[in-house]
Design a protein around this ligand. Structure first.
Ligand code: PRT
Ligand code: ZN
Length: 304
């Protein structure tokens, strides 16, 4: 059966942020997994052309709900949203929930407590009796409870960083990545409540075998893409006598391939996958150790 002929209820549906910080990386991940689709402007759903996988474009906050409600089988969303939703569902005693199946190498940020200049912060006890503005009331309340703090949680839907200046709160609990928003608003990060990054979630409900098989294949491909992120393939020539020194210099590489070079006596070609980035300094050290013709190439996919 051609992919286009797979009936709608047998096609996997994955929810992705429509427009925001996770969108480009989410779509890049899906295309690296081999998904081809065409997306019109403002289109809310795209059909996968070469896989029975359709993409739904929604607000990131709606992604866990769509998976929870079985509208989508999978979702790409930040741990901050996943954790907040999980605690919100828990508070309402609602289940079953979505499962977090894989952490992804994008969307990194921290949910932090940040205080205005002049606020004397020693430890969590300094928050006693204060008003804290946030869009993450459940995560913040759990943190306060764990530390035995009684404080007022002021729930805002956005622009949390200006709440202290407007007199709506004494301090904030918000996402930080570079820290420039905090600095611009004269706020200082004093404690990280949650480290976050994007993750793949899936429905815990049983799904038909055909969908299950595509989920397995997609997960394996995502794993392959994530594994090689930052990896480099190095090729170089060197005298056999320099092999030990060169192997030590190749960052994190296991068992490089050594190939004799026809007509070049003792010289060999060395090929290796390095799971970390390779810097100019390493290339210079390799050259000093006797390597020539050093080539560094990106690795696109890997299937273990
Ligand atoms: O419309 P929709 O609801 O889909 O989008 P959104 O505005 O809620 O989310 P968006 O696109 O801002 O973020 C989506 C996800 O990206 C978040 O849920 C996090 O998982 C992740 N992420 C990573 C971030 C940041 N970094 C980030 N810096 N989300 C938000 N921020 C904001 C933060 O709230 C603050 O306003 O950026 C500002 C701070 O950034 P720095 O670099 O100045 O520290
Ligand atoms: Zn959002």
């Amino acid at each position: 059966m051609r992919n286009a002929d797979v009936p709608a209820d047998m096609r996997l549906k994955i929810a992705v942020q429509k427009s925001g910080r996770l969108t480009d990386s989410s779509l890049d991940l899906l295309s690296r997994c081999g998904l081809k689709y065409s997306r019109g402007k403002d289109q809310l759903m795209c059909y996968g052309e070469n896989m029975p996988l359709d993409v739904l474009f929604v607000r990131d906050d709606d992604i866990p709900d769509l998976v929870q409600e079985d509208v989508c089988d999978l979702g790409l969303v930040g741990l901050n949203v996943i954790e907040e939703k999980r605690l919100a569902f828990q508070a309402r005693e609602v289940g079953p929930l979505f499962d977090t199946v894989q952490l992804l190498d994008f969307g990194r940020c921290r949910l932090c407590i940040a205080v205005p200049e002049g606020f004397h912060y020693e430890d969590a006890q300094s928050l006693q009796g204060k008003r804290i503005a946030t869009t993450y009331p459940h995560i913040l309340s759990r943190f306060l409870k764990q530390n035995g703090i009684s404080a007022e949680v002021v729930v805002l839907s956005g622009s949390v960083e200006i709440a202290p200046r407007l007199g709506r709160a004494d301090l904030i609990c918000d996402l930080v990545s570079t820290g420039s928003t905090l600095a611009a608003n004269h706020l200082r990060n004093v404690h990280t409540v949650l480290e976050s990054q994007a993750a793949l979630i899936r429905t815990p409900m049983p799904i038909p075998a055909q969908k299950q098989e595509w989920t397995r294949r997609l997960l394996m491909r995502i794993d392959g893409v994530e594994q090689v992120k930052g990896s480099k393939y190095i090729m170089l020539h060197a005298p056999r006598s320099a092999l030990a020194a060169i192997a030590k210099l190749l960052p994190g590489s296991e068992a490089p391939t050594v190939i004799p070079l026809e007509g070049l006596g003792d010289r060999v070609a060395v090929h290796a996958v390095c799971p970390e980035n390779v810097f100019w300094e390493t290339l210079e050290d390799l050259k000093d150790a006797g390597a020539t013709s050093v080539l560094v190439l990106p690795v696109e996919k890997m299937l273990a």
